[in-house]
Design a protein around this ligand. Structure first.
Ligand SMILES: Cc1cc2nc3c(=O)[nH]c(=O)nc-3n(C[C@H](O)[C@H](O)[C@H](O)COP(=O)(O)OP(=O)(O)OC[C@H]3O[C@@H](n4cnc5c(N)ncnc54)[C@H](O)[C@@H]3O)c2cc1C
Length: 418
């Protein structure tokens, strides 16, 4: 039986695992042997739904949740819910080493052998070597990061006093920074209102090193988002590269020192560090895996890679495909298909990048959605579109009852601060 090993249960890894399971192990009851044994390894016991991380950081008014259990459950989807009844093994373990020559993967607790390997380990926060980012800024990549920001925000606003509003800094003007700054501003207002704080309780500043926030979108939509941020009270500082982060300050390259109480880093991602030490693995200057058009790793035909840990150059633009959840999901589908085609000695399918759709939530029940064929939906309807996209994803990985229940929990919890 062919052994297929998937490293990482993120957006890419899960899609590949479910598609492979569906197509390769469904000879149940037919008397035929299954063709493959599929194993997925992840260091966590849950799939983290990163697109809603900002909602956890800015949640407020969730009653009877002293240990944040409801908040955690809203975006940490247990693998046993996703893989229940599926013919694949999920192993919770941390991968420490990949040996391509021996076709082995080493994890904390055991060693795995494979015939086909899929590397889908995602990314890590990039601090660009800036002093103090690791030590003093909240990284924004895990449930614990989001819960820490949430706790600190509420505590600080309640303690704020007349000359000392809480200064919230969000560093990085990509989609994550924009949605977080907007929502933190809404949440801070709500905390102040509920606690009857009459003085100016907070300020929110969004820093961007480059000349523009969201440089990848059209100028018209960028201006729209800027107007919305201003309306919510977020100050946007473009052209403001950060030189150093301290326990309670941010120093800009132009010499300006700014005092801040809550500093969140959303300025970029880099490849998973583990990949640097894999002998024989083709990696780019940025440390990401280089694949061919079939998402096969160079010189290793039985190894595939997808998602944030891959640098795939779009032949149309000659630029790397962006790190989006649905990009990883699409790549997961292609790799599942290509592993099956390899087993059947058929021609492989090329990956055709698609990433022109985006939805930017911008505080409360408001989002700017740029959809297929240039359709543009803004405001409450934009937010509805965003919720429908999330629901569609949940339905693609969970049984309908569980998907609907999870979405209901999300919507009811995350709109309490609006
Ligand atoms: C805050 C935030 C908000 C975002 N919002 C959006 C959005 O709204 N829309 C959108 O399209 N994209 C969004 N993204 C980007 C999107 O989440 C990523 O592009 C997507 O998660 C990439 O999928 P992946 O499968 O490559 O990696 P991931 O989803 O990151 O999965 C990688 C998996 O590998 C596991 N792993 C890592 N190292 C190890 C190890 N050593 N051993 C075992 N397991 C390991 C991790 O636990 C994780 O489960 C957001 C990202 C962030 C950080």
């Amino acid at each position: 039986m062919v052994k297929i090993l998937i490293l990482g249960g993120g957006f890419g890894g899960i899609r590949a695992a479910l598609d492979l399971e569906n197509k390769l192990t469904h000879s149940r009851g037919s008397g035929q042997e299954d063709e493959a044994h599929i194993t997925l390894i992840d260091k966590n016991g849950y799939h983290l739904f990163l697109p809603a991380l900002y909602e956890v950081a800015s949640a407020y008014g969730v009653k009877k949740d002293p240990f944040a259990v409801r908040l955690k459950k809203s975006i940490c989807i247990p693998y046993h819910s996703i893989f229940e009844g599926k013919k694949l093994d999920f192993i919770q373990d941390e991968v420490t080493k990949i040996d391509l020559n021996a076709k082995k993967v080493f994890a904390d607790a055991r060693v795995f052998e494979y015939d086909y390997l899929l590397i889908a380990l995602g990314s890590q926060t990039n601090d660009f070597g800036i002093p103090g980012v690791k030590e003093y800024a909240y990284q924004f990549k895990s449930i614990d990061d989001a819960l820490m920001v949430n706790k600190k925000l509420e505590e600080s606003i309640k303690r704020s006093s007349v000359p000392y509003p809480v200064k919230i800094f969000v560093c990085g003007g990509g989609f994550t920074g924009v949605e977080l700054a907007a929502e933190l501003s809404c949440c801070a207002k709500k905390v102040a209102k509920v606690n009857k704080i009459k003085h100016k309780s907070h300020t929110v500043t969004l820093f961007e090193a480059g000349p523009k926030i969201l440089p990848m979108i059209s100028e018209e939509k960028r201006q729209h988002i800027l107007r919305r941020l201003t309306r919510l009270g977020v100050s946007v500082m473009e052209n403001s590269p950060i030189e150093e982060v301290g326990p309670d300050f941010v120093k800009l390259k132009n010499g300006q020192n700014m005092d801040g109480n809550i500093i969140v880093w959303t300025a970029g991602i880099k490849a998973n560090e583990l990949l640097k030490n894999v002998a024989g693995l083709s990696v780019s200057v940025s440390g990401k895996v280089i694949t061919d058009e079939f998402l096969q790793v160079k010189d290793s035909k039985n190894v595939f890679a997808i998602g944030d840990n891959v640098e795939f150059i779009d032949p149309k633009t000659q630029k790397p495909v962006p790190a989006f959840a649905y990009v990883a999901n699409d790549q997961g589908k292609v790799v599942a298909e290509n592993i099956i085609r390899t087993l059947q000695a058929k021609k492989l399918k090329s990956y055709c990048p698609f990433y022109s759709v985006w939805v930017a939530p911008a505080g409360g029940k408001y989002a700017i959605a740029h959809l297929w064929n240039g359709i543009h939906i803004t405001g409450f309807l934009g937010w509805v579109v965003r919720e429908l996209i999330d629901l569609r994803y949940m339905l693609s990985i969970l049984p309908p009852g569980k998907a609907l229940s999870l979405m209901w929990q999300e919507v009811t919890l995350f709109t309490k601060n609006d």
